[in-house]
Design a protein. Structure first.
Length: 224
């Protein structure tokens, strides 16, 4: 494995700012970046919840980031302000138009621009999709996903299915990821090389049949 010099906090901050600037949906001049011992804190404000979400996602892509604290506030310009009723209607439409979310399975409530999703779906990816389709709606300040997962068919060997999927993946080092199950609740432990790999492991685990929840305890450990 190629050995590289560990980044200093100032070098990591430069890379984070560059990645934020590279993300077209993020106005980097409105976001502050603090770095200490490899942990990144984002502050400032975004003009919508989607921009805030994209900023955090961009930082996850940067090599050397050990942890992220998201202190970005959503500050809507007057032109983007919408009533809770308008937001609820738009969110409901987005969910109903999604081909992956069963009709009538998700309920939407909105208070002060903050969306709460409730209901039951059969798969973890359906819960994630319901949140993703409302992230970038105009006027949204935040999203709370309370959707529960109730599989119609319970998997008899959830851990085995997940491990097999990890082994097939070109993005994951299955040997470094431990899969623990309690009933249909999954715990992932071990080390990964970056945040992208950590997120991919969680995505793969959620995709297994019969999974109720995924507790992602994987630690990002950059190889230098």
């Amino acid at each position: 494995m190629k050995t590289a010099k560990l980044k200093s906090d100032s070098e990591l901050k430069t890379d984070v700012l560059a990645e934020l600037n590279y993300e077209p949906s993020v106005k980097v001049t409105d976001i502050g970046v603090l770095v200490k011992d490899g942990s990144v804190t984002l502050n400032g404000y975004a003009t919508n919840y989607g921009e805030k979400w994209d900023a955090v996602r961009a930082v996850k892509r940067v090599a050397g980031v050990k942890a992220i604290a998201d202190d970005i506030k959503v500050k809507l310009p007057g032109s983007l302000t919408r009533t809770d009723g308008d937001i609820a209607g738009a969110a409901g439409n987005q969910i109903s138009w999604s081909p992956t979310i069963p009709s009538g399975s998700v309920q939407v409530t909105v208070s002060d621009g903050r969306i709460t999703l409730e209901g039951e779906v059969e798969w973890g990816f359906q819960k994630e999709d319901a949140e993703n389709v409302v992230h970038h709606l105009t006027g949204v300040k935040g999203v709370t996903n309370l959707i529960s997962i109730k599989p119609k068919v319970t998997s008899t060997d959830v851990a085995s299915a997940i491990k097999s999927a990890f082994e097939r993946s070109a993005l994951l080092d299955a040997m470094k990821i431990e899969v623990e199950t309690h009933a249909n609740n999954v715990i992932l432990r071990g080390e990964v090389r970056n945040y992208a790999e950590r997120d991919e492991a969680a995505r793969v685990a959620w995709a297994a049949p019969g999974v109720y929840s995924v507790d992602n305890q994987l630690v990002v450990k950059w190889a230098w």
